[in-house]
Write a protein that binds this ligand. Sequence first.
Ligand code: FES
Ligand code: FE2
Length: 631
Amino acid sequence: MFKYRNNLFFLYRHHMDHSQPGAGTQHPKDHRKQQLIEATIHCISTYGLSNTTISRVTQTAELSTGIANFYFSSKKQLLLETLQSLSTEYEQVIGRAFSLTGTPRKILSNVIRARFDPQIFTAEKIAVWYAFTSESRARSEYMLICEDKDTAFMESLVGTVKLLCKKNTRADLNPIAIARALEGLLNGYWEEALFQPDDFDPSSAIDLCEGFIASVFPESQTNDSSAQASNTDKSANPVESAANTQNNAQSDLLAPWTYYSTEFLKLEKNHLFKERWLLAGHISDIPHPQNYITFDAVGERALIIRNQDGKVRAFHNVCRHRGAKLLDSERGTCGRTLSCPFHGWTYCLDGELLSVPAVQTFEDLDLGQNGLVPLDLEIWMGFLFVRFGGTGQSVADSLEPIKDLVAPYQLEKIEPIAGSRYRETRPYNWKVIHDIDNEGYHVPTGHPALQQLYGKTYEDSEIGGVLIARAQINDNPGRIWSVRQYQKLLPQFDHLPEQNQRAWLYFNIFPSMVIGLYPESIEFYMTLPNTVDSSWYLGASYALPDDRREVNVARYLSARINKLTEKEDASFMRWMQLGMNSSAFPTPKLSSKEQNVRRFHKRIQSELPAARLANEPKCEDVQNINEQMQI
Ligand code: FES
Ligand SMILES: [Fe+2]
C-alpha cells in the first residue's frame, strides 16, 4: 500500500497551537529546543510527570522562560513533544537494528543489543518511559505513542523469529510465543534497571537474552556464514553465456537475482533513471528569484534555480573547471551569481561563466564555451521534472491520461508544508518499495488502520502506463482513534467534486515516482537506486492555502495513520529484501489484486529484457545479454 509521508512535528505544532510565534518554522533539531527536552526528561525522572513544571525545566536547562514559551505554548505541549522525541529516538535505534542485513539470528542479536544501547537505555529515559506509560491510561495521546512503540517492536520481532524458524525448519516452534518471551525478558530487564539502577549490568542481561535464544535455536549461530553459503549456491548456477538465454526465459515476474545483482543495478541506473524524467519538487519550492533546489540521483547532480527575471532553469550542479558541487544545500536562496567554492569560477544564474580567478594563467580558456551544462526541465501542473539524458516523450504527453483526474486538485496552486521535504536512505532495493506500494492485497492483514479507513473500497487500475490506486473513506467509525477522528473531522473542500471529497488517490509514475492526492493535502515521493540493498527516498508534502483548524487537524490525523502504515510497510520491505537472498524464495504467485505489481515487473522487463531471465547471468554478461535480447 502506498504510504503517505508528512511532517508530524509540524502538524503537532499547528494542531496544538496556532498563535505561537514562528510555529512550524523552527527546525525540529533546534539546539535550544533539544536542551529543553533533555531538561524535561531529567525533571520527569526526578520529580515525576505532575511535578514537572516549565519553570523547573527552564531552570534545569539554564534557559529563560521566554525561550521555553517560544517553543512550547504549554506544559502539555512540552510533555507531548518530549514523549515524541523519546519515541523517535527509540524508533531510530531499534529500527536500525532490525534493518541491518544479516541472518535472522544475527538481527535478533542486533535487536537485543539495541535495547541496551546507551542512547536509549539510561536510567532517566527508562523512568520517563514508565511515567508516560502509567499515565497513558488516562491520556489517549500518550497511549498512541506508547502503543506505537510496543506494537512496532513486537511485530518486527515476531517477523524475525518467524524467519528464523523457517530458516531452521522449526515448524514445531511458535514464533509468537518465542517473541513474547524475549520481549518479556527485555521488558523485565528494563524494569530491573529502573528499580535497581546501581546493580544493573547490561552485558549480563544481553548474555542471558542471547542464552535464551540459543536454547531455543541451538542450531543457529549469530554469524552470517549460512547466508553467505546460500548466496554462493545461487552463483554456482548462472547463465553461462548469451547463447543459452532461451533456456533461461522466465514468466512476466522479476526473479530474485534482479534485486541483488550489481550489474543489473547498473542497467537500471543507466536506462531507467538517467534517461528519464525525474520528479524534483514543485515550482512553489522556489517562488522567488535566487531560490533553488538541488537534487542528486544515480551519480548525477541537478540544480534547479529561479533567475532574477523569475525564469526557472535546470543545470548539472557541476562546476566546469574540475567538477565541484556549486551548491551543496538541498534548497535555499543563493546570491546574484553562483561562485564555485573550490577555486571561485563564477556563473550567472542563467548558467553563463562570468569570471575566472587568474584567468590569464589558463591557455585558450573561452568563457563563452564553459557555462553550466543545462538539463532538460519540464513543469507539469507545477511539478518540476528534470532529465539527465535521453530523449522521448514529454512529461505532459506521458501524463496526459491522468490529467483530468488530477485537475480538480489545482496542483499549480499548492504550497509546501513547512519542513516536510525529506531525503533519506532506506535499506531496501528500490523495487521492493514499489512491489509493496503497488498492491492493496496486503491492506486487510498488514494495515489495520487503512483497512478501517477505507477497507474494501481500495482498488488498483492502470491508465496509459500510470498505475493508479484509489480508495474511498468508510463511513463506519474505525476502532483506531486516529482513523475515527479523521473520518469524523475531515471537512468539505469547495474545490473538489463530490466523488473526491473523501477519496485517497495515488499515481505511480514509472519508474519510481508517486503523487498522492488527499482531500486535505498533496504529496510526492520518489525512490532512487543507491546499492542493491539501499535506496534514496525523497519527497515533500504540499497543500492549497487553507487555514481552517479542522484542515490542520485532518492533516495531523492522516499523518498519524500513515506513520503507522509506514512502520508496517517497513517490516514487509525488510522481509522481502531478506527473502530475496533465501534459497527458498518462491516464484511469486500473484492475486488479481496484485495486478499492478505484475504491470510494474512487465514494464521493467520490456525496458530491460535481461530481467526476463530466471537465473543470474555471469556478471560480465549482463550488459551484453540485455543488448542481445533487445534486438
Ligand atoms: S572546481 Fe569549480 S572553480 Fe575549480
Ligand atoms: Fe503497505
